[in-house]
Structures are given as C-alpha cells and as structure tokens.
Design a protein around this ligand. Structure first.
Ligand code: IVH
Length: 676
C-alpha cells in the first residue's frame, strides 16, 4: 500500500468507516446492497491497510473489528426478540490472493508444532443462522445479529423443511449449538423474483438477500412458500466428544442435520488450493450460490490453541471468488411501461458473452441508479450476473468514454400515452399515472388477469392485443361480455378456439377468491399478499371497507401496500370493476380452500401457551399456526386449550380452571398434532 500522510490517512479512515457502516446497513438490514461484495472487500482492505499504517486511528468501533449487524434498528418493532449468543458469532477473514493463503498456513505452522489438516468447504452464500438443540429438540434459532446478540427467528425457521425439529440417535449431546447458512437455491430465487416482477415489486438483488429478507418475514406461513434450504457447518458446545471438526459434522449428519456433502480434508495448503481451483469452475454447475471456499484447521485442539481475533477465528479463512464480469458498449436505453405504470429503464448492449450466455440487455432499475452510475450512451459498461433474471450494470469504464458521449434522458412523459410521469416520494420508481387509459397498462392488466396464477384464461399477449385493437375490451369485466360471434369474427379464430376461450372464461368463475384478488392487479399486491389479505378479511367487501389502521394490523402489510389498496377501492373504476365482476359470477369471498398448511388438525382452535417447553415459545407458536390453530395471549371463554409447560403462570392456570378450559401438557399437544 502506498504511503500517505498522517493527515490524509485520518480523513480517509473516517470516510471509509462511515462508508462501510452505511454499506453494512444496506446489506444486512435493508437486504439491498448498493455495491458489489468485491467493491466492499476492496474498501475494507484499504481501511485495514491504513489502520495498520497508523494504528493510532484504529478504534474499537471500526468495521474492521466488528461484524456487520443484521439487527433491525431500535426504532422499528419487528416483533423479533433479541437473544444473547452463548458464544460470539464471528465472521471470517477473507482474501482474493493465493499468497495470503500461504501466509495463513505459515502462521498456523509456527504455532502448531505438529501435523494438522484442513477442512475445505464451500462458502455458501446465504445468511448465517445459529440453532440450539436441547435433548434432541430444536430449542431456538438466532440470526447472527451484531455477533453478540441475534434476532430470535425460531417461528420462521420451523417452516424450513431442511431444518429438523427433532433429532435421532443415541449419542446426541444434552445441549449443543450448530451454526450454518440458510440459503435460497437458484430455482426458488428465480421463481420468487418472477412473482415479484409480476407484482411489480423490486426484485431481490441476489439469492442471499432473498434468503435474509425471507428469514425476517413477519408472516411465518409465507416462509414455507419461499423454498429456503439450509446447510450447517460449525458445531459448538461444552465437553463435546469430538477430536476433529469433520468428525463433529459427520455425527451431526447422522443425527439428521443437513451438512454439506461437498467438503474435503486436505493434508496441506497445496491440496486446499487444488480444492479451490477445482471448485472455481465446478461451482457454476451447483444449483445454489457460493461466493468462495472456507478453509478451516480440522483439529479441534489446534483450533482452541489458535483462538480468535476480535472479529474472526485464526484457524479459518475464506477464499473469495471474483464475480464474473464483461465489458461492453451501451448502445441505447429503452423505457418499458409495466401494467401498473412503473417505468423501468433497460439498457441495450453490444452482445457479449458472460458465464456461458450471450447478454444483450441489462436492467438499470430506475433513474437513481442511472444517475449513480453516471451512465452515458456509448460508454463501456461492466455487466454482472448477480443471479438475477436479467444481468445488471455495475459500473462504467470512464477511461473509455467517447468524447461526444451523452447522458440518456429519462423521459418526463409516458413513452406510450404521453402523460407526464410522477414519482412516489418514498419510491425510486417513476410511474405513468394514466392507469385508466394508457394502452400498455390496460393490455398489461388483461395479460396479468388472464395469467395462470390469476384467472387462468386462454389469453396471452397476442389475444389481448387483438381483442383490444378491435375495441372489444377496455376494462376487465368486458371479458365476460364477449360473445361467440365477436370471437369468431377475429382473424384466425375458428369455432373451436372461440368455444375453448369461452370455456376458460366459464371455468375462471370457480377460481378461489385469493386468486381473483391477485388478478385485479392492484399495485403491490402480489400472489402472497393477496393470499394473506384473502385469509385475513375473508371477502372483497370486508377488504374494501378496511381502514388504513385495519390494513396495517395485517402481517407484512406496510404503509405503501395499505395506501395502494385504499386508493384502488376508493376509485370509481375499482368499485365498478368489482361490481361487474361479481355480477359476472366471480368469487368475491374466501372459501375453506384458501389455507395452505402443514395440517388442519387445529382448525378453529385457539391455544394459549404458558411456561417453558423443550422447544422455544416462538417455535411452539409457529407449530400451532402451522397446524391451522390460532395462538392467543390470554385465556378466555373462547380458548380451546391452555398448553402449559414448566413453570406455567399460576394466573392463567387459575383462569383456565374457572372457565373450564382444558389444560394440556407438551406431550399431549404433540399427541394431538401427531408428532413423536
Ligand atoms: S465457518 C467462526 N463455514 O461466511 C466462523 N462459514 O464471510 C465460522 N459461511 O459468517 C464460519 N459457508 O455466514 C463457515 N462452510 C462455511 C461457510 C461459512 C458460508 C459464511 C458464514 C460466515 C461468513 C463469513
């Protein structure tokens, strides 16, 4: 690192500390990183170098000495309880340079004075989790938090199929912790982002953000639809009988815990480097994201001897893969209008090969992103695949900017209907507010309404285009007034196609209410939100008359979504749409089919819990809901059971007795839901 003056170093250190804190917040709390991991690591490396050069400026609170925190800010009430970690949850030192791996090995050899080996493992790109098992049962799941305390996310974690709630085997320690990563495989990530795109919600930047965002969901039921997976890689506890890390993980695997099948023991650093080189290519065939390789000393006594720095163990390090990039000229920018009027800038690129596919288009997200990149037409731009559906532009090569390059001009008017665009205050997107008569939006609404996950009507882009251009359809209910003669009159339509189309319209009248609600295309109401709302309100009339406060009571509904619902139902066109669709025979009330659960055993039952159980209280609540029951905080005449654990509250027991509410034990409860 080049020598810089004390004065400039001080200034730069202050800047880097602030910048890294800000980026940590974007990454861990907002789940929306503004820079790539590689850029983050460069800034961190620069700060480390400067602090080494001028140790007097290296403070305790420096991001080089603390792990980034995923804890929600104190001002927000997320409903997650913070719990102290029994052992601090640290991070790993990382490197992009092979020499540093050899230095890592040299440091170990100097302390060891005896042979040792390495456990080489994939570095799974997800979000860290710490599970505690007591007497073979999952007691608690904590996020990493700030390393000393984490958020209790047990009620969400019980909905991840890979994580067992009960273990099997006769050598399970009385209590232990096991740490690992919750991640979202590419297939689930693509599905989720496609759904979000359809609902015109901001897509998750990568599978890791999608995983950590999901883990903090307020609605545990939604967790089950997210397709999360888990891998565990670090066992901790008092007086465990294992000599090596790999032996401990093997045992964990026998007890039923998900451990990686891709790890390998290396007897030297050269063998570890060979593992890295092998996986640098092979990782591209994996169905989930990895961002590097972790190398750990395998012998536990040597691990203990080497110990920790403030932030990471001395017995492990991470090799990080560099993201694959391509550099290509930006030809032009298109502005696409979606069905809810959101305008998205999309870059047209000189075709270029990136990770095996030809890339021609890349997302620019919104105007802020374009300004941030200071992008010009003709610029050579860096393109990366962050696991997104279309790649993104991550930077501009300023040294190759043509002298006459001009900034693209973000349109002030809708490219389709010419209406001046508006920008919502708390959103980065621009919208065309002419929802009623902007042709792209109208056609987009029909395509969405007819979609497979909505009303499942035999009409795609082409049919909608034809029906629209003939003037047969303008608002959604018009579909239900189409006649056989009108359809047969269309170019290329025969009696058979007309009949099939009419039959699909008829069948759509049986589609459950939650899908009808989704089909309406209310801004910010995706498939999952529609389900939640249908379940909560039960009918379109109840939803239409809900106040903002009522809506905010619903899990995962925030101000933006609530306002969008209120505006839709307040509009003349919204009300008229509901009236005519109801008249056409569509379902406007939830039936029993809108529930998706582990079982319905507790349907209609309200359970109050009190005291401690072999699993945490949060996990118990999650279990009740997963089997269709309701959890309530106080005993009343409506309570079905008081589920009493150790040290159950005497007040609650007394009240249950007085009201004749049956008191059941934890074992009784498992009997009811059919668990061992
Ligand atoms: S071991 C004491 N092993 O990477 C540190 N971590 O950048 C124990 N990670 O915080 C961590 N795969 O969230 C370990 N095979 C693996 C891993 C792994 C992913 C994550 C973990 C850690 C982060 C460090």
């Amino acid at each position: 690192m080049a020598k810089i003056s004390r004065e400039s170093a001080k200034e730069r250190i202050e800047f880097l500390k602030r910048e890294l804190e800000r980026q940590n917040y974007n990454y861990y709390v907002l789940n929306s990183p503004a820079i790539t991991d590689f850029e983050f690591d460069l800034l961190m490396g620069e700060l480390q170098g400067l602090e080494k050069m001028y140790p007097e400026f290296a403070t305790e609170d420096s991001p080089t000495r603390r792990v980034g925190s995923d804890l929600a800010p104190a001002s927000s009430d997320t409903g997650f309880v913070q719990v102290a970690h029994r052992y601090p949850m640290l991070s790993l030192g990382n490197t992009y340079a092979k020499e540093e791996l050899y230095e890592f090995d040299n440091r170990i050899r100097r302390s060891a004075g005896r042979p040792y080996s390495f456990s080489c493992e994939l570095k799974f790109d997800g979000t860290a989790i710490c599970l505690t098992y007591r007497r073979g049962r999952l007691l608690r799941a904590l996020t990493r938090g700030d390393g000393t305390k984490g958020d209790d996310v047990t009620r969400n974690v019980v909905n991840i199929p890979a994580i067992p709630q009960f273990l099997h085997g006769d050598d399970i320690p009385e209590e232990f912790e096991i740490r690992g990563e919750i991640y979202m495989p590419f297939a689930a990530f693509d599905r989720l982002n496609a759904e979000r795109a359809e609902a015109e919600l901001e897509p998750f930047a990568n599978p890791r953000n999608a995983a950590s965002g999901s883990l903090k969901l307020q609605n545990p039921e939604e967790m089950r639809t997210r397709g999360l997976d888990c891998v565990l890689y670090h066992l901790l506890g008092e007086n465990l009988p294992f000599k090596t890390h790999s032996e401990a993980l093997e045992a964990a695997g026998r007890w039923g815990l998900p451990v990686s099948g891709y790890s390998r023991i290396a007897d030297s650093i050269d063998e570890a480097v060979a593992y890295i080189d092998e996986w640098d290519t092979r990782r591209k065939t994996l169905p989930f994201a990895t961002d590097g390789i972790v190398i750990k000393v395998n012998e536990l006594d040597l691990q203990r001897q080497l110990g920790f720095t403030a932030k990471s163990p001395r017995w492990a390090t991470a090799w990080k893969f560099k993201p694959e990039q391509a550099l290509t000229p930006l030809l032009s920018v298109d502005y696409q209008v979606g069905r809810t009027g959101a305008v998205t800038p999309v870059a047209n690129l000189e075709p270029v090969l990136l990770s095996g596919t030809v890339v021609k288009r890349a997302s620019l997200h919104n105007k802020d992103q374009m300004d941030l990149l200071d992008i010009h037409i003709g610029d050579y731009v860096y393109v990366e695949k962050g696991g997104e559906i279309i790649p993104k532009i991550t930077g501009v090569e300023l040294s190759r900017r043509p002298a006459d390059a001009l900034r693209p001009v973000f349109p002030e008017r809708c490219p389709d209907c010419g209406t001046p665009l508006v920008r919502d205050e708390d959103e980065a997107r621009h919208y065309c507010p002419n929802g009623e008569s902007c042709p792209v939006q109208i056609k987009g609404r029909f395509v969405h309404f007819a979609g497979r996950k909505a009303m499942d009507i035999l009409a795609g882009d082409a049919t909608v285009e034809t029906l629209y251009s003939k003037g047969f359809i303008r608002t959604l209910p018009d579909l239900y007034t189409l006649t056989r003669d009108q359809l047969i009159s269309l170019d290329g339509w025969q009696e058979k196609s007309a009949d099939n189309f009419l039959a699909s319209l008829e069948a759509s009248k049986k589609v459950p209410f939650e899908r009808v609600l989704y089909a309406l295309g209310i801004r910010h109401i995706g498939e999952q939100t529609a389900k939640t709302l249908a379940r909560h309100f039960g009918s379109i009339d109840a939803l239409a008359s809900a106040s903002r406060e009522d809506l905010l009571q619903v899990e995962d509904i925030g101000g933006t979504v609530a306002d969008s619902i209120i505006a839709w139902f307040a509009s003349e066109s919204g009300r008229e749409t509901v009236r005519r669709l109801r008249e056409a025979g569509l379902r406007m009330e939830a039936g029993s089919d809108s529930m998706e659960r582990l079982s319905n055993t507790l349907e209609g039952k309200t359970v109050v819990i009190s005291g401690n159980f072999t699993i945490s209280r949060e996990a118990m609540k999650g279990l009740i809901e997963a089997h269709g029951g309701k959890n309530s905080g106080s005993v009343s005449g409506k309570t079905s059971w008081l589920l009493a654990g150790e040290k159950a509250g005497p007040e609650k027991l007394k009240k249950a007795e007085k009201l004749g509410v049956p008191v059941i034990s934890e074992t009784d409860f498992y009997g009811i839901i059919g668990k061992e």
